[in-house]
Design a protein around this ligand. Structure first.
Ligand code: TYM
Length: 349
């Protein structure tokens, strides 16, 4: 479907943003620059925004219950500290709105095995031992489609790695609409913008920065203090060349390109502007400038997260209030989906 066709298909739907982050382990700089920072920008543009801590996705690999609870509250604190305002955005954890799991099941019956077999994230996560992976890990993208379509969301801000899942969501929406002869679900668009749509590991510029990397030095965590941030940037892998005049000169230098992209995203500028400023300088000069910038942007967030985490009951109250508002949008959409499919809805009749 071309962009104008998507626009035409979505014209009947109110613009609404949905996105989610897994509360499995802490949030990384990749989550912040690729997702969270952009979630705040979208909220501030005045679009209706629904943001979800996807705990039902997290359990597709085993989670220690106490750690999951802690990680969910900490991720919520990260959202609030980064600027998500629960009065303007809906912020909640997925399992408090059971409609996600219900629509997820329905989409398991719409999605085709061939589609799921093409999902690269399953292949990456299941690795060589796919036989031992949970059925949930395999079905995960259809739950993600449910998350998005349960709100009739039209835009989904994500990092590059989630693009394939949003495309699958469109395929599921189109097949449902076609099979039942309706125009019920919109065609949500992945919104992948900015300089840091794929933040790479600080130890290996060809691997994505990830909370599951065994090396803590490979990532910056939103909970890291100033010393840890500065030390990780100082030790980040680079090459001996100075920075080039233009971004084209970074093409075969993945580590250098990554640090330039991180700088640009943190500063709210473009990689072109960053190389123009630092052209001809080596990493001896660039890394301290990047460390200062990262510390100045990230430490106010980690300080605020620590403050918020001192009152977990308040975080739970925010998530509960968000879940009530999310459920109020989701319930009629799920009801109508079931009706379209021929399910009798007669409770309380
Ligand atoms: P998750 O939890 O892995 O990541 C959350 C968001 O952070 C982005 N991201 C990155 N962006 C740039 N560089 C990186 N190194 C990096 N690492 C992570 C991801 O692209 C994502 O936007 N399946 C999703 C969660 C999800 C979801 C949804 C997202 C569930 N339902 C509905 C959107 C809409 C995931 O595992 O993201």
């Amino acid at each position: 479907m071309t962009a104008p066709e998507t626009q035409a298909a979505n014209a009947a739907f109110k613009p609404r943003i949905f996105s989610g982050i897994q509360p499995s382990g802490g949030l990384t700089l990749g989550n912040y620059l690729g997702a969270l920072k952009r979630f705040v920008e979208k909220q501030d543009e005045g679009i209706e925004t629904v943001y979800c801590l996807v705990d039902l996705h997290a359990i597709t690999v085993w989670q220690d219950p106490d750690k999951l609870r802690h990680a969910t509250r900490e991720a919520a604190a990260g959202f609030l500290a980064a600027g998500i305002d629960p009065a303007r955005s809906i912020l909640f954890n997925q399992s408090q709105v059971s409609a996600h799991a219900e629509l997820g099941w329905i989409f398991n019956c719409i999605a085709r095995l061939g589609w799921m077999n093409r999902m690269t994230q399953f292949k990456d996560k299941a690795g060589k031992n796919a036989e031992a992976a949970s059925l949930g890990l395999y079905a995960y993208p259809s739950l993600m489609a449910a998350d998005i379509l349960l709100y009739h969301a039209t835009m989904v801000p994500v990092g590059e790695d989630q693009k394939q899942h949003v495309e699958l969501t469109r395929d599921i929406a189109a097949k449902f609409n076609h099979d039942y002869g309706v125009e019920f679900f919109p065609m949500p668009e992945p919104v992948i913008e900015g300089a840091a749509t794929r933040v790479m590991s600080l130890r290996d510029g060809t691997k994505k920065m990830s909370k599951s990397d065994p090396s803590d030095a490979s990532r910056i965590n939103l909970t890291d203090d100033a010393d840890a941030i500065a030390q990780k940037i100082r030790k980040a892998r680079t090459d001996p060349e100075p920075l080039p005049e233009t971004v084209a000169g970074l093409a075969d230098r993945p580590e250098a390109k990554n640090l330039v992209n991180i700088y640009a995203a943190l500063a709210g500028t473009s990689p072109d502007a960053v190389v123009a400023e630092f052209a001809g300088q080596g990493f001896g000069a660039f890394k301290p400038a990047l460390a200062d910038l990262a510390v100045s942007v990230l430490t106010p967030i980690s300080t605020e997260m620590t403050r918020l985490m001192a009152d977990p009951a308040e975080i739970d109250r925010v998530l509960g209030g968000g879940a009530d508002r999310a459920a109020a949008i989701a319930a009629p959409i799920l009801d109508r989906t079931l009706e379209i499919m021929g399910m009798i809805r007669s409770r309380g009749a």
